[in-house]
Design a protein around this ligand. Structure first.
Ligand SMILES: [Zn+2]
Length: 390
């Protein structure tokens, strides 16, 4: 499984292999005007091939009731190039990478009940294209050499060793270019460390605070992030008030895009620090899995941001735990962690989202809603591991 982030500085993607560690690195690129044009041409051509491949898939299915594989699609690409000669100027492997992307979009649709694959639009916030192989990184000269374009200036703030796997070039909504490189390291994952009740921490996420811990600690959302989120709502309103298609609306949208990028960076910075702290201080971390289907249905902005924050935080916990030999214990969302008293087990079905504190009718313990939930998350996951009794 690939996990993608948009943080410019640290590893952003990770694939777990059976024996070797794969890490991803993301670097900012500084193309010349000419190179930027070439990169844009790659982005546009790849989007074109993606949309063509998606269309072929749908049409073939409608006509013969069968799916067309990406290998058969790739065989059609030379013909597509004849009809659209400008595709010749673009790296063929990048174009073929798009049929692979279409295929994985369908796999996600069938297996994970994701939305039906959509056509790629020029208006998407992040535009990208893949480079499956034949690119090179030069740490001495701070350049990245890519097929058909050549050496592009980059800021390679971090060195790595290992075999270069696939790369992805992306362009952010503010016009910055990045390359994400997947590297396979010869090192094996460390052996998982043994954990017990005393070395496990339970973490619950809240809307008021970012997280509550089974130790009684709470971690607030950083103030700067909250301010940015407030500003986001203001800017969003501004965009919706402007007339569609007007220049002012475009300007407002651009401002919104810049803020989105800032929030993503702030959020990732905060989450990297917190996840590293949790992983370093504990042998196992218990969390609740996200209800993915529920997430899609939520349209409220704050809730959507909150959900994406949590899932990217869990992802960071997961891969950092692999690097350091720690364990992440997941329990299903269906367990009513905030409604059960962790002392006597009383199930209080009357608690609503508004109740920040409650008194247990069973044993009279006064609970902080989120801390109680964090303790339960820890308990449930240790019961799952047969480390404690019910
Ligand atoms: Zn109780």
């Amino acid at each position: 499984m690939f996990i993608l982030f948009t943080y410019p500085k640290i590893y952003i993607m990770l694939k777990c292999s059976k024996y070797f560690m794969k890490k991803a690195f993301k670097f900012r690129l500084y193309p010349t005007i000419n190179q930027a044009n070439q990169l844009n041409q790659h982005i546009g051509s790849c989007r074109f091939v993606y949309n063509w491949a998606l269309d072929q898939k749908v049409k073939t299915y409608e006509q013969i009731g069968k799916s067309i594989s990406r290998f058969d699609l790739n065989k059609l690409i030379p013909n597509l190039k004849k009809q659209n000669p400008w595709l010749e100027e673009v790296n063929s492997q990048s174009l073929q990478g798009m049929t692979k992307q279409v295929e994985s979009a369908f796999t996600r649709f069938f297996r994970e009940k994701n939305c039906f694959p959509k056509f790629k639009s020029k208006k998407n916030l992040i535009q990208s294209f893949p480079i499956p192989q034949h690119y090179d990184v030069d740490f001495e000269n701070n350049t990245v050499k890519i097929p058909k374009i050549g050496e592009i200036k980059a800021v390679l703030h971090k060195t790595f060793e290992g075999e270069l796997k696939n790369a992805l070039i992306s362009k952010s909504c503010t016009g910055k270019y990045y390359i994400s490189i997947l590297v396979e390291d010869e090192k094996e994952f460390p052996v998982k460390q043994v954990f017990s009740e005393s070395t496990t921490i339970g973490v619950d996420v809240g809307i008021m605070d970012f997280a509550a811990m089974s130790t009684g600690e709470k971690v607030e959302n950083p103030k700067y992030l909250e301010n940015s989120l407030k500003r986001l709502q203001v800017l969003q309103k501004r965009v919706s008030r402007k007339q569609k298609g007007s220049k002012n609306r475009e300007k407002a949208k651009q401002k919104l895009a810049v803020l989105h990028e800032k929030i993503t960076n702030q959020r990732n910075d905060f989450q990297h620090k917190l996840s590293f702290k949790l992983i370093s201080e504990n042998q196992a971390i218990a969390v609740e899995t996200l209800n993915v289907k529920g997430m899609i249905r939520r349209h409220h902005l704050a809730q959507a941001i909150f959900d994406s924050m949590w899932s990217s935080f869990v992802t960071k916990l997961e891969y950092k735990s692999e690097w350091l030999g720690k364990t992440i214990l997941m329990i299903g969302k269906f367990e009513p962690s905030s409604k059960i008293c962790h002392v006597c087990g009383y199930h209080n079905s009357e608690i609503t989202l508004k109740d920040r504190e409650w008194n247990c009718p069973g044993c009279k313990t006064k609970h902080d809603r989120d801390i109680n939930a964090a303790i339960n998350i820890k308990k449930f996951s240790l019961i799952d591991q047969n480390l404690i009794g019910i």
